[in-house]
Design a binder for this molecule. Structure first.
Ligand SMILES: NC(=O)c1ccc[n+]([C@@H]2O[C@H](COP(=O)([O-])OP(=O)(O)OC[C@H]3O[C@@H](n4cnc5c(N)ncnc54)[C@H](OP(=O)(O)O)[C@@H]3O)[C@@H](O)[C@H]2O)c1
Length: 408
């Protein structure tokens, strides 16, 4: 959610024609010493080091953002800073990106929720999987599901942590979740977990694709050679969902509303960068990219894939929704302890709030009207970055994911 600590603070003196949003800046035009035009990289969403443009009101919020490493500058100041790189399309891009940044800021301060876990209907007979449910937002999600009598599988990679969480949840709710071993960063583990689930349960009613990793060291790649954040957050969940589709189809017939749901936890990071296809695998381009940017693109990809799931399977009764859960105080920022401390002191909300939006998507009848949509905190309909609605991008990513996962 924040911007790379390597963000340069200089204004590029070179006149560079930026083209439309999404254009990559040619490295020859931007030698390392000048590395990046102060604000334009973010405008073109190039996936390189960048500076966020934010113009929040009131100004006190701006200070908070400055403190957590999101640099702020008014649009007028930005235009004055780099007049020589602007053309009409990039000016349009400025305002588009500013709109996205405004979404990020606004969603950090969502106001009072209109939905509470007490509103959840009885879930007796519903079979649910929550990935990464041993801590954080996933754990809170499982807690509410158990309290409303769902049968819940906690799909986690660490048996000891999961067992301890299941025990603690049993003490809190009187109900017991079931451990399902799943490491999303190992596609063989994803296949094994799906096979194990299918051997036990003919039907699945709700799949919460909740697990995620953020800002991990750039050296980290998955067992199958993908960027760790893209591999875990996107590829692992894509394969898991596809393998579980027969159970989800079966779940539609036993569900009173004749639907099964796939709920994918994206992030406000989805607004901040577009996809950089050269970074999904462990390439030299990936190594040059900030972990913050890699996280953001993985979360945009979550929203893109979720919308494609909706498109592919709507006629089979599948509802697929993605969402930003809000800025929540969890272990997610574990790889950035300094930013975590500042964010905890300023903007992060209690963990129980983080489960609200995905619970609404997963269990409330009204959510059936929002197939393929993106929700924002707390449980409101939002609009993600435009690539999420671009079928050309969605189909290309879907085909790429199918290709990458077919042999593993
Ligand atoms: N917290 C926020 O402010 C925020 C904002 C926007 C979006 N989100 C999203 O919300 C979701 C939940 O995050 P959180 O805040 O609850 O973070 P968290 O407390 O760190 O929980 C993340 C969960 O994902 C699991 N996980 C990570 N890598 C995995 C892998 N390879 N295989 C299986 N499970 C794995 C973790 O397991 P271990 O316990 O074993 O590490 C943990 O259970 C994530 O998708 C995140 O991107 C969070």
């Amino acid at each position: 959610m924040s911007i790379s600590s390597r963000t340069p603070r200089r204004v590029c003196p070179k006149p560079v024609h930026m083209g439309t949003a999404g254009t990559r800046i040619s490295p020859e035009l931007l030698p390392e010493s000048e590395s990046v035009c102060t604000f334009s990289c973010d405008l073109v969403g190039s996936g390189r080091r960048c500076l966020a443009l934010i113009y929040p009101r009131p100004p006190s919020r701006r200070k908070i953002l400055d403190n957590i490493g999101i640099q702020t500058v008014t649009p007028a100041k930005a235009l004055r800073a780099s007049p020589n790189i602007l053309d009409v399309s990039s000016v349009m891009g400025v305002f588009e990106e500013l709109g996205y940044l405004w979404q990020v800021v606004a969603q950090l301060f969502p106001g009072k929720p209109h939905f509470k876990t007490e509103d959840i209907p009885d879930l007796t007979g519903k079979v649910v999987i929550v990935t990464g449910g041993n801590v954080g937002i996933g754990r809170e999600t499982i807690k509410a599901l158990l309290q409303h009598n769902a049968k819940v599988y906690m799909a986690s990679r660490n048996k000891d942590k999961a067992t301890a969480a299941i025990q603690a949840l049993k003490e809190e709710t009187g109900k017991e979740a079931i451990f399902l071993e799943l490491d999303l960063s190992v596609l063989a583990s994803v296949r094994k977990a799906a096979a194990e689930f299918l051997s036990k349960e003919p039907e699945l009613h709700i799949l919460f694709n909740n697990a995620g990793v953020m800002w991990c060291p750039i050296e980290w790649v998955t067992a199958d050679g993908f960027d760790m954040q893209f591999g875990t957050n996107v590829i692992g969940h894509f394969l898991f969902t596809e393998l579980l589709m027969p159970a989800l189809f079966a779940g539609t017939s036993s569900s009173p509303d004749h639907h099964a749901r796939v709920v994918t936890t994206a992030s406000s990071g989805a607004y901040l960068n577009t996809l950089d296809w050269d970074t999904f695998k462990d390439t030299s381009q990936r190594k040059k990219t900030s972990p913050v940017v890699l996280y953001n693109q993985s979360k945009l990809a979550n929203a893109i894939v979720a919308r494609q799931v909706a498109k592919q399977y709507a006629d089979k009764g599948i509802i697929s929704i993605s969402l930003n859960p809000g800025g929540i105080d969890t272990e997610l920022q574990r790889h950035a302890p300094k930013q975590r401390a500042i964010m905890r002191a300023t903007i992060l909300q209690p963990v129980a709030m983080g489960a609200l939006t995905q619970l609404w998507a997963g269990v409330m009848p009204e959510a059936l009207n929002h197939n393929g949509e993106f929700l924002i905190p707390w449980a409101r309909l939002g609009k993600c970055r435009k690539e999420a609605y671009d079928d050309e991008v969605g189909q290309r990513l879907w085909a790429w994911l199918l290709e990458q996962t077919k042999e593993i």
